[in-house]
Design a protein. Structure first.
Length: 291
């Protein structure tokens, strides 16, 4: 790459190109203001409009939608069955199952979006294989299989022996593996561009190149930008103000898992689990990546 070449990820170079939406210039009044035009913000805005078509929703993006982690990740799409052992330590057996089961709506949610919108995001559904390449890594795989078995979901973490593993991927370094059936891949740039197009089609107001300068919380909330202000009854930045009550969060490695009021988690998992996402893996789930 030359020194003058912009550092645009190949994902975004390959994806359909866009014309930037105008920056905010003046004042705007809406019901919900969403700051950030990545997966989380765009899917939140889209879900809000689908759930309540009369809602006035605006998305403010500091650059162009998808320029951040949403357009710069590996495109791996899966839930949290592979993190069941760590989830048990953080939430106990019941909480871990609830989170993992909610995450099972991730791949179907993206599949449904692609079908309804008629877009090609290179969705390829196939199991995820985790392997051990050293004795020190064997314990983690054994724990993953044991956790699934102990919680009655052994089909979500299937052990793979050396011989079977060699048939799938022949490497003298690979000792054993675990197969997780709930997985897929996407072209992340195409997905974020498709989400952007869908939100605009649903009547969401989008202002790009409009960074947040200051947030004044109140009634209404006021989002200040370099050239304007947005007054909103609700403010959504990442997961902080989804239209459900967040009562706390804990960490599972690099991921922050948000605990919702009893009975609300499954409601949102069924209706719009794709609201939020882990940026590392293009997840659509009630979890937010810490990176």
């Amino acid at each position: 790459m030359g020194e003058d070449r912009p550092l645009t990820p190949w994902w975004l170079e390959e994806a359909p190109q866009i014309e930037p939406e105008p920056a905010l210039d003046g004042d705007l009044e809406v019901d919900v203001a969403v700051v950030g035009g990545g997966y989380t913000g765009l899917w939140a805005a889209l879900a809000l409009r689908e759930l309540e078509p009369s809602a006035r929703v605006a998305v403010l993006e500091g650059g162009l939608c998808g320029e951040g982690p949403s357009g710069r990740n590996g495109g791996f799409l899966h839930g949290y069955w592979s993190s069941l052992t760590r989830a048990r330590r953080a939430f106990g057996d019941g909480g871990a199952l609830a989170v993992a089961q909610a995450g099972s709506a991730i791949v179907p949610g993206v599949r449904d979006f692609v079908k309804r919108r008629g877009v090609d995001v290179w969705l390829r559904e196939a199991p995820m294989l985790e392997v051990s390449a050293a004795p020190a890594q064997d314990e983690a795989l054994s724990a993953a299989v044991a956790s699934a078995r102990e919680l009655g979901v052994e089909e979500e973490a299937v052990p793979v022996g050396r011989d079977e593993l060699a048939e799938r991927c022949s490497s003298p370094r690979f000792r054993r593996g675990v197969l997780y059936r709930d997985a897929a891949t996407v072209q992340p740039g195409r997905l974020v561009r498709a989400l952007r197009a869908a939100t605009l089609a649903e009547g969401v107001v989008l202002h790009e190149r409009t960074p947040l300068v200051r947030l004044r919380r109140g009634s209404p909330n006021v989002v200040e930008t370099p050239q304007g202000r947005v007054r909103a009854g609700k403010f959504h930045q990442n997961l902080r103000t989804l239209p459900v009550t967040i009562v706390g969060h804990r960490r599972i490695d690099s991921d922050a898992v948000f605990e919702l009021e009893p009975g609300v988690l499954h409601h949102w998992a069924e209706k719009s689990v794709q609201l939020v996402c882990g940026l590392n893996f293009v997840h659509k789930k009630l979890l937010a990546s810490g990176s």
